[in-house]
Ligand binder design. Structure first.
Ligand code: NAP
Length: 291
């Protein structure tokens, strides 16, 4: 069994980005600038946004974090987004999700200009992705593709099973794996909570991508020997062995499954760090006004 080391690969990608930023600056170019909006006090969201801002600093990007109170209205949030949309100094904008319940997330996502939408959530960018046109591919699926590519995992003609059909992970992942690309060219099955014969489907997967949010859901009796397992899930569970009293686990029972699979991403240190690296890559693309 081989570990697909997202921490190592994401560090490599950040190094590549940072070298490119140095080149841009030495040619009197503009430093890429990412702006992030955080509404409210959600603890996990604060952690994610802070990690993104820190990653920007590390590669030499400019970053702006706009923290807005839980009580702001949707109109006020739209005004903030519009200010950034028209600010020529800012290349990329992300609004950290989930937003408090009173906000219409679809409307907010659509209000970000597509060429600044480095999260790749705007319908126009999703449409471009489906058509295999140049675009911002959302960071988690893009990170998984990058990881498969850097480890030279052969996906062509393989059966890829994606568990979970969310708009940000499962659905785009299933499209990317089936596209005429490398990685890609796989025969894809997209499974979800209404799938009846889940175990049977998982057992036939050469590549199993799991994005459920259900801790330790996949066990070794559900996988094909030698399969490549990508674990997207992140769940906080109690632990007697950490100082904080909790730890992060994936959707895959790592200890059990690693005895039987060919490749596996750990949690933490697998897909998570790749997500941030791909957000930086998208911001770099945005700063070059590539599309
Ligand atoms: P989500 O929106 O909650 O979607 C979960 C999907 O799993 C849904 O499609 C649901 O089916 C399906 N599902 C739930 N229980 C199931 C079951 N028993 N059998 C089969 N399918 C089942 O989740 P998400 O946003 O994609 O996130 C999934 C996980 O990935 C979470 O743990 C999240 O924290 C993590 N995540 C990690 C990263 C990263 O960077 N590593 C990024 C994003 C998300 P239905 O559609 O039928 O309800």
């Amino acid at each position: 069994m081989k570990i697909l080391d997202g921490k190592k690969i994401s560090a490599l990608i950040k190094e590549e980005i940072s070298l490119e930023v140095k080149k841009i600056i030495s040619n009197n170019g503009k430093r890429p600038h990412l702006s992030a909006i955080l509404v409210g006090e959600n603890g996990a969201s604060q952690t994610y946004v802070n990690a993104k801002v820190k990653a920007c600093e590390k590669v030499g990007f400019e970053s702006t974090l706009i923290r807005l109170d839980n009580n702001i209205t949707q109109e006020q949030l739209l005004e903030e987004i519009n200010k950034i949309n028209i600010n020529k100094n800012i290349d990329g904008l992300i609004v950290q999700l989930p937003l408090p319940e009173s906000f219409d997330e679809d409307l907010i996502t659509k209000s970000i200009l597509p060429h600044k939408d480095v999260d790749g959530f705007h319908p126009l960018n999703i449409g471009n992705m489906v058509l295999n046109l140049p675009t911002f591919v959302s960071a988690t699926p893009a990170g998984i593709i990058e990881l498969l590519s850097r480890y030279n995992i052969n996906t062509s003609g393989k059966h890829c099973v994606v568990l979970g059909r969310s708009n940000i992970v499962g659905t785009p992942m299933s499209i990317l794996m089936s596209r005429k690309n490398n990685p890609g060219n796989a025969t894809v099955t997209l499974a979800h909570s209404r799938t009846t014969n889940l175990k049977e489907i998982c057992l036939s997967a050469d590549i199993l991508i799991v994005a459920l949010g259900k801790a330790n859901f996949i066990t070794k009796d559900m996988i094909k020997p030698g399969a490549c397992i990508i674990d997207v899930g992140i769940t906080r569970v109690k632990s007697d062995f950490t100082k904080s009293g909790w730890k992060l686990v994936g959707d895959v029972n790592f200890k059990d499954v690693s005895e039987k699979c060919g490749y596996i991403t750990p949690v933490p240190g697998g897909v998570g760090p790749m997500t941030i690296a791909m957000l930086l890559k998208n911001t770099l693309l945005a700063s070059k006004s590539t599309f």
